[in-house]
Structures are given as structure tokens and as C-alpha cells.
Design a protein around this ligand. Structure first.
Ligand code: MG
Ligand code: ZN
Length: 221
């Protein structure tokens, strides 16, 4: 049986909503809307856009933002079972997220530990929230400016003996999906996979994800 390595997105995949957008809706002045449009329209890099959005927020909001997210963010159904499933089957599970450490880590904490969690970092030492990007693009990334560069992380961790699985929902998962052996997608990532003829399996809950992986483990491998 071949080994599997899973790379799973966080916002919109593990959580039902995008947490950066939830934060901006609640706390940012309306300037964030233009930045968001520029990111989605691929007119501005994710790295620059995320930097500019958080620069709209004073550091004094830190506790309020964290409390707000922990109270209202919802974890997608079946996630706890999915994490146990990967542990039972000794499948590596990496979380690769364009989210920020101050909300990604506390939200994941009840479910861990994971093989590793990759996300962007926050710095509250200035007047406004500064974001640092410890997992930037490697030489081979054609995008540059990803922020947390998922394809770079996959290239670094991919084991040639293992099949890679990418689970995601959005444009930031697309380059990762191109490198994966198996893509499990929802929402906008489905549209992109259809458009670019990338084979994928659709999911809504992590129970679906378990069934998809079970079928791959049982039949094809
Ligand atoms: Mg996402
Ligand atoms: Zn990149």
C-alpha cells in the first residue's frame, strides 16, 4: 500500500467561512473591500493584500478579534473524525493556511497535534497589525507573492514514495492542486479545476473526505 500525505487548507475548508474576511467585515473600515476585490481579481498579490488589510486594524483590537473568531467561527462537520482517521491510518496531515497564527493555532488546538501547521504570523508590537510571511515562495513558484506559498511547502515536504492529497476551497489552493495526485475540492476550487481540467473529488463535509480517501486506499493503491 502506498503512503498518503495530506495537505489541508484551513479557511473555508476546515472552517466554514474565511476568517480573514470575517475579521475585516466586523472590524475594518470600508477600505478593505477594494483590497479584497483586487486580490480576488488577481490585481494584487495575496501577500500585499493581506498586509494592507491588517494594516487597517489597530493592535488594541487583538483580544476582541480573537474572542470574536473563537465564538463565531464554525469547524466543518466531521473534522475531528477526519483527524482521528489520519492518525489511525498513520497518514501525515499538514495544515497549510493563508490564515494568521493568532487565530489558526487556537482554533486547531482542540484537534491536534498535526504533522505540522503552516500559516502566516502576526506582530502586535506596532500601532497596527503587521503580518509576517515565514513560508514565502520558492524559486519555482510562478506566482510569487503567495504569502503562505502552498506549492513551495508541498515541494519541500512531498515524498516521492507517497501520494499527495490536497484539500481546499479557493484560488489559493489552485497551484497546490496542480501538484497533487489527488484533489478534494469545494466551492471556487471546483470551478477552477473544471476550467483547467484538473481531476478532483467534491466534498462538503469531512465525512465525505474520509470516504474519498478510504476508497483510494482500498482500491487504487
Ligand atoms: Mg481556503
Ligand atoms: Zn508562491
Amino acid at each position: 500500500m502506498k503512503k498518503l500525505v495530506i495537505f489541508c487548507d484551513f479557511d473555508g475548508t476546515i472552517t466554514t467561512q474565511d476568517n480573514i474576511i470575517s475579521i475585516m467585515k466586523q472590524f475594518a473600515p470600508p477600505e478593505y473591500l477594494q483590497i479584497k476585490e483586487n486580490i480576488l481579481g488577481q490585481k494584487q498579490s495575496i501577500r500585499k493584500g493581506v498586509t494592507d488589510m491588517f494594516a487597517l486594524l489597530p493592535v488594541s483590537l487583538k483580544d476582541q478579534i480573537t474572542t470574536f473568531l473563537l465564538e463565531q467561527a464554525q469547524i466543518r462537520e466531521g473534522f475531528a473524525e477526519f483527524v482521528s482517521y489520519t492518525k489511525q491510518n498513520k497518514i501525515s496531515l499538514y495544515i497549510v493556511s493563508g490564515g494568521i497564527d493568532f487565530f489558526v493555532n487556537p482554533m486547531l488546538e482542540p484537534f491536534g497535534p498535526f504533522s505540522d501547521v503552516y500559516c502566516n504570523e502576526s506582530d502586535f508590537s506596532g500601532d497596527t497589525i503587521q503580518i509576517n510571511f515565514p513560508h514565502g515562495c520558492d524559486e519555482q513558484c510562478t506566482n510569487k507573492g503567495c504569502g503562505c506559498c502552498k506549492p513551495s511547502i508541498i515541494r519541500r515536504l512531498q515524498d516521492s514514495d507517497a501520494l499527495s492529497v490536497v484539500i481546499g476551497d479557493s484560488i489559493t489552493d489552485l497551484e497546490a492542486a496542480k501538484l497533487a495526485d489527488i484533489v478534494i475540492a469545494r466551492d471556487f476550487l471546483i470551478e477552477k479545476c473544471e476550467e483547467l481540467l484538473i481531476p478532483y473529488e467534491p466534498f462538503e463535509s469531512f465525512h465525505d473526505v474520509i470516504n474519498i480517501i478510504d476508497a483510494k486506499l482500498g482500491v487504487e493503491i
